[in-house]
Design a protein around this ligand. Structure first.
Ligand code: CTP
Ligand code: CA
Length: 235
């Protein structure tokens, strides 16, 4: 390979990226979903391809097309994403969980369309918690002593109980992933904008790193940081 490793720092490596938002079915025609577009995950996939990686994209309902050249795995629910992620992680050097995973799913899924009925009370939706895929990926990696970099994403607003960074640091330690990319939502940020402003937190304790700009700019900064972390671990 004549291209210098500084230009293709992820050459020879496999990167798995989840993107979009899961949909949790209520019945054959209805689901609980979220507003994730998949844009940031797709931008990450493109940046990882640019860096020379083999890229697997675990796509949970995305509003944008997957970049050409990725290995696309389509999933619907958090449970499907969990299965796909654990499978893909087994031979990945890097796993980036950019998908918005539903925290809860309906406890019961009706096999037939739920109908309005005047002789029966209106339904109540009971929810059960979905598994924490990111946490599980870290546990599996550590149990296997695998050399793998795991990156989480978090959108935080901060509230009376704590500010964005306090919540993000607590999440980084709870999830035990290597890097946590924190999106500051709410604070002078407008939903639907194509730009992003993030802070990359590292569990190894290096200084928080800010990145902002288009989702492609942010993706490039995250992939640069991933490359830097990998070259620290494996010189
Ligand atoms: N995530 C996951 N599995 C879940 C929920 C979240 O793998 N069941 C991942 C997301 O893909 C993201 C990270 O965990 O990379 C943080 O997601 P977030 O929703 O911010 O974290 P939660 O632990 O669900 O905390 P919160 O109560 O703030 O939603
Ligand atoms: Ca959540």
């Amino acid at each position: 390979d004549a291209v210098p490793s500084a230009i293709r720092p992820l050459a020879g490596l496999t990167v798995t990226i989840s993107a979009g938002g899961t949909r949790e079915p209520l019945d054959p025609v209805r689901f609980l979903g979220n507003r994730s577009s998949g844009k940031q995950g797709v931008a990450l996939a493109a940046a990882a391809l640019d860096a020379g990686a083999r890229v697997r994209l675990l796509a949970a309902h995305m509003e944008v097309p997957a970049p050409a050249g990725v290995e696309l795995v389509q999933v619907e629910t958090a449970l499907e994403l969990r299965k796909a992620a654990l499978h893909a992680a087994a031979d990945s050097d890097v796993v980036i969980m950019a998908a918005a995973v539903a925290d809860f799913r309906p406890a019961d899924v009706s096999g037939t369309k739920i109908k309005k009925r005047d002789d029966v009370a209106d339904p109540v939706i009971n929810l059960v918690r979905n598994p924490d895929i990111l946490r599980e990926l870290v546990e599996v990696r550590d149990a296997a002593s695998r050399n793998q970099l795991i990156v989480g994403f978090a959108a935080e607003t901060g509230d009376a109980g704590g500010d964005v960074l306090e919540y993000a640091l607590a999440k980084l330690h709870r999830k035990a992933c290597d890097l946590l990319v924190v999106n500051q939502v709410g604070r002078d940020k407008v939903f639907g904008e194509d730009t992003n402003s993030v802070v990359i937190l590292s569990r190894a304790g290096s200084e928080p790193q800010e990145a902002s700009g288009s989702k492609s700019d942010v993706a490039a900064a995250v992939i640069d940081r991933v490359s830097a972390e990998l070259s620290r671990v494996v010189p």
